[in-house]
Design a protein around this ligand. Sequence first.
Ligand code: SF4
Length: 708
Amino acid sequence: MAVKKQQTDTSASTCCYCGVGCGVLVHKDKSGQILVEGDKKHPVNSGMLCSKGLNLHYTVNDTSDRLLYPQMRYNKSMPMQRVSWDEALDRTVAVFKTFIDKYGPDSVAFYASGQCLTEEYYVINKLMKGFIGSNNIDTNSRLCMSSAVAAYKMALGEDSMPLCYNDIELADCFYVTGANPAWCHPVLWRRVEAHKAANPEIKIIVVDPRVTDTCSIADLHLQLNPGTDVTLNHAIGRVLIENGDIDLEFVTNYSEGFEQYSALVFEKSVAESAKICGVSEHNIRVAAKYIAEAKGFISMWTMGLNQSSIGVNKNLSLINLNLITGHIGKPGSGPMSLTGQPNAMGGREVGGLANLLPAHRDLGNPLHREEVQKFWGGKLINPKAGLTATEMFEALNDGRLKAIWILCTNPLTSLPNVRLAEEALRKAKFVVVQEISNKPETLDYADVILPAAGWAEKEGTMTNSERRISYLNKIIEAPGEALPDAEIICRFARKMGYKGFDFTGPSEIFDEHVKLTAKTNMDMSGLSYTILKEQGTVQWPYKKRGPAQGTQRLFIDKQFYTDSKKAIIQSVPDTLTSEFPDSNFPFILTTGRIRDQWHTMSKTGKVNKLNQHYQQSFLEIHPIDAAELKIVEGDIAVIRSRRGEVRVKAIISPQIKRGVVFLPMHWGKILGSDLNRVNNLTSDQVDPISKEPDFKYCAVNVIKYKKP
Ligand code: SF4
């Protein structure tokens, strides 16, 4: 509180954790220390913050772990040496040029983050796709929302969440699946809780193999077997059709594919589907009844659907429930994907994935490539999709990729089958790590370390899950010689000899990005920093002379972004392709977040209060399974998969299904050891379309640890 009393300055900003995008007020005292509180005027959170947002200032005020100056070494056996920015970037330029000349542009790659600001994403994407001549730019959003991105495109024609958070208060049925928003998108869930408290008649259906805090206000919990989401959604679709509870007008006039879908969902009886899913037929029918009776129906989901070897099919089967009931393009209705990271959406806007171009243009479309190339004035854009997150590390392992530049992410905790990623960085010829913290494991493998400015130390924009763009103020100076990420990339690009990177600041980068959106479906051509500073957050599309707050809802006119202008009801199979349990590895492992930690804990792990919720990683296991293994609460369990091992304390809980175990995703070497890193175990199988990994399903063995 001391900071607030002595405050000299207050700025508005946005929380840098999840994709809810809560508004914060940042009070700064004379010494540069900050205090964060919820912004009562913000349309997303009305002053509310969750535990992570409330403690944001501790992660900024404590600079003890910050990287302060560039460092470099000429071989991995040497210690890192402090160098100037010019020395670090000149060396990086020399190495990149050598590899590009000798092996071609696909020999280098950038691996970035959904925590980068939009302007940062924009310049990295422009540099790689427009000037280096490779599409090897991918981000950790690949591990997060890429299945939803692909599904939106296949069903609606573009990656566009159609509704807004204000629809929550207008809905009377929520189908929450593959998500625990009570812990992972808490402020948004507080809005659902408040709506339910005021209107007890509204229905909440939660679909999850675990009983989570989200279930505490559920009218119906479908505790399905992991991986059976498509079967369940199809069964609900079948009941809706059987009972005549579909929107015939919408299906006939505004969608395609219903007949094929109808035939598909009738291939299995509801009883058969119930058996596969491990839920009762009665409860499937109750879920369908709740949806059928709703005037406003919102489906809500995140990683439980996305992070799967059939993630796109899971997404499509869910979106179908909105389409067949006509619950899209009207207040209180629609598919609402919950973005994991604060600016994964902004990154997608500028085309910051290996298979995208800016403003939702298609890399595979020659006209789109030409349009962007002419705008940038660089090289012809390579039509071949770049390497995705896991593919980059495979390519380092087999030598196709020589150099990787990693920024704002910690793949050595977060990638699946992480030992392969470690091996990849060991083999890489050249590794650049651009980071704020001296903790991530990637630094051990770096040839060049570039210190970056963090949240509140730089200016830019982010877009939350509901297409809401926020301006983030620079509030304090970055410590030491740390620079904003966009500035680092532009300096590098200029040293490479590329034109078009002499921006005077993020505002000019934003203006260029906005120009590229003109005449596209996400048209932001009416937007500028001035507008964002004057009137606060707005939602895209934001056309010139359009509504002052932008566009709350898409598809109100029932005109979708597909060629036919109709939504596409996709008929997807329900066959799971994950690594199944067997006699050697009899349990299904599923992974996820805990309430008070964020990703690999490089920020939240610094805050004592947040470390109290769970002080260490753990295995959640059902009491009957634990008893059979002679494991009691607090015992150390050894969990093994075909890829590696983890040893953590057991928590025995009836809230998980028998045969399924849960481990949190956060721990790695930053807080603890690599023996608590869940991604030693996970499978690197990916969805064939989205290339998103299967973090929610792999086969493991569990035994009680015995001292040797
Ligand atoms: Fe930040 Fe998300 Fe919590 Fe809001 S809900 S305070 S955006 S972490």
